[in-house]
Design a protein around this ligand. Structure first.
Ligand code: CP
Length: 649
């Protein structure tokens, strides 16, 4: 039985097969392959196109449709779970088409249904059948998908159609230019997947010639990596960045894919501010004479009405293709009723905690957070070499987060994760001995004790840390060209604590407030957050023309800083970025040189350096400590030397 939850559930060949079926929709209509079949449409969110085109498609295939006119009038209103609804309606219908406001809700229902389930949009996560319509439209208009350049524009953060679309475009070898409204950038996890799974490179590009059409936004160019390209484009990869920018300058834009602001998924106040639009200037620009304009609809006011009459405005055609494409999809799934579900091809490993308690998805809109009874704590797990991190991706919503604490099940020992554990954990994973915890409390409640570490030395005490931060703050102020444009941006979490202290020093010296932000290296969105001023209705953090001071506690391999730089340069065009770290350990794997250093502490790979700050993780005073954990042996716990509470470097 095949369901369609994510665009990743279909191979490229299968998508082509669906398109061939859509090309012969008239024949399908005559054949009536769904004769005697029933479709149930369960829409927990409003819809015009998806719902009606699915219902029309089913009827044109000879089938019938049952539905709840409003899910608020279904037993969901009495508290019936998604799992029970899926089970019950499976007995009434041969296929379920579901739209829900929670990310991953359709996946959860598919796990409990006995018939195929189709995702008609789940929260801000995915909308795979819209993507099929989008690709079909592009193919009709442009002949092929490979090598096209598609500009995705507007609310790229909350637009589920965008997330499915960019993955599909990448799979077919298209280039993507992102033009996000301020604060509505493509989530980091989407870019990270493009880079890791599809071998894409990304670089900021001058949006100058796009500004004729869309203003007040920065552009990002995503393209399949060429063999000579290395990795992400950051300040330290200037040669490559320049090369990619040159490539971007000569781009031919094949399509603009516009989206509306997804107000229903935004916090109150966040929907304010300007939003890009495509207006009459677009129609006059010579270089856009063959650029089609697409939109999943509904539109609000992103598209000028003049576009409706222009051959390049193809969004009504795109909506009309919903019927043949969905007829084709239904036929495709009915033909595979006896087939097994497909495993999505990702270079990851499934993870479910061997312990009664395990990690929890951090996405507040995930079905697993909102209705745990209908889900399992299922994740995909992978290592990210660039930052030495162990990442869990929620199997329902794709939200990613870094593993903080790991445990060894047979010995009931736990430790804070760091990249020196990588090889050991591979062994524990194979034998299902890896426990993952969100907190020390959770580990200790399950009877776990900390791993033991070697002797610890204090390298900086409170006075030394205060002096170092004061000196760094003076240097930052001395070097900046315009102190009013300073933005102190800390790497979450210790880096952001230090950023606040540096900002406080600068404020004391200048007698003026300084803006502070926080950067999250691994997150599903909101990678950049304002910390101060912290008014709830303040505009999203803007990096444009800012003098950014990136603050972290310890620089070792340089990989964290490199990732932070990538996020910064993707998110805007700062005037400058300088790096401030409390401790420089040397031995870097990537050439990132801090501008401001509190203390140089040359240390070996075996040694761990930890910055403890008072008022944070129960530390009574500020300290920088160095200690060792004896090198872990694959499959075995770490030997005892001396008890220590937590171990983080
Ligand atoms: N494009 C789309 O999903 O439209 P509806 O919300 O009207 O279904």
């Amino acid at each position: 039985m095949r369901s369609l939850i994510s665009i990743a559930d279909l191979t490229n060949d299968e998508i082509e097969e669906i398109f061939s079926l859509a090309d012969s929709a008239q024949e399908l209509r005559a054949d009536r392959p769904a004769n005697g079949q029933i479709m149930a449409t369960l829409f927990y969110e409003p819809s015009t196109r998806t719902r009606l085109s699915f219902e029309s498609a089913m009827q044109r295939l000879g089938g019938t449709v049952i539905s709840c006119s409003d899910m608020k009038s279904s037993s969901a209103a009495k508290g019936e779970s998604l799992a029970d609804t899926a089970k019950v309606v499976s007995a009434y219908a041969d296929v379920l088409v579901v739209r829900h406001n929670w990310d991953g809700a359709v996946q959860a229902m598919a796990e409990h249904a006995d018939v195929p389930v189709i995702n008609a949009g789940d929260g801000g996560h995915e909308h795979p059948t819209q993507t099929l319509c989008d690709l079909y439209t592009l193919r009709q208009e442009k002949g092929q998908l490979k090598g096209l350049t598609v500009v995705v524009c507007g609310d790229l953060k909350n637009g589920r159609t965008i997330h499915s679309l960019v993955f599909a475009l990448a799979r077919f070898g298209a280039n993507v230019v992102t033009l996000a409204a301020n604060g509505m950038d493509l989530p980091q996890y989407v870019i990270e997947r493009l880079e890791r799974e599809f071998d894409y490179a990304s670089a900021p590009m001058a949006a100058d010639d796009l500004n004729a059409v869309v203003t007040e936004t920065d552009a990002l160019y995503l393209t399949p990596k060429q063999p000579h390209q290395l990795a992400l484009f950051t300040q330290v990869d200037q040669v490559i960045q320049a090369r990619l920018s040159t490539m971007a300058a000569g781009l031919r834009y094949d399509a603009f894919y516009m989206t509306r602001k997804q107000k229903e998924r935004m916090k109150e106040g966040a929907a304010k501010g300007s939003y890009p639009t495509i207006g009459p200037a677009f129609l006059r620009e010579q270089r856009f004479r063959d650029t089609v304009v697409m939109h999943p609809l509904p539109r609000v006011d992103e598209l000028s009405p003049e576009l409706d009459k222009d051959r390049r405005g193809v969004y009504f055609k795109q909506a009309a293709f919903g019927v043949p494409v969905r007829m084709a999809l239904l036929k495709f799934l009915f033909d595979r009723r006896a087939a097994k579900g497909v495993k999505r091809t990702r270079n990851t490993r499934a993870y479910e905690s061997p312990e009664a308690h395990g990690p929890q998805c951090r996405n507040v809109n995930c079905v697993s957070t909102n209705e745990p009874a209908s889900t399992r704590r299922r994740f995909e797990l992978f290592f990210v070499d660039e930052i030495g991190a162990l990442i869990l991706a929620c199997a329902y919503c794709d939200y990613r987060f870094k593993v903080q604490f790991i445990g060894h099940v047979p010995t009931k020992r736990y430790a804070a994760y760091d990249h020196s554990f990588v090889e050991t954990l591979q062994g524990w994973l194979k034998t299902n001995q890896l426990a993952i915890f969100d907190s020390i409390k959770e580990a200790e409640e399950l009877g776990y004790e900390p791993f033991k570490s070697g002797l610890q030395r204090i390298l900086m005490d409170q006075a030394a840390i205060e002096n170092a931060l004061a000196e760094m703050s003076r240097e930052i102020l001395r070097d900046c060209r315009d102190a009013d444009r300073l933005l102190i941006l800390g790497v979450r979490r210790v880096g952001s604590q230090l950023a606040q202290r540096i900002a406080a020093e600068i404020e004391a010296q200048r007698k003026r407030k300084v803006e502070i932000g926080e950067i999250e290296i691994y997150g599903s969105g909101d990678e950049l957050r304002r910390m101060a001023p912290a008014e709830p209705d303040a505009a999203p953090l803007s990096l444009k023309d800012r003098e950014v001071i990136l603050v972290d506690d310890v620089i070792h391999t340089g990989r964290t800083v490199k990732s932070a730089l990538s996020i910064i340069f993707r998110s805007g065009r700062p005037r400058s970025v300088r790096l401030a770290v409390l401790v420089d350990r040397g031995h870097r794997e990537v050439p990132v040189k801090p501008n401001y250093v509190g203390k140089n502490i040359p240390s070996s790979e075996k040694e761990r350096v930890r910055v403890r700050l008072r008022g944070f993780e129960q530390a009574a005073q500020d300290q920088v400590v160095i200690y060792t954990i004896i090198a872990p042996v694959a499959g075995a716990p770490l030997p005892d030397v001396r008890e220590e509470n937590t171990t983080v470097s």
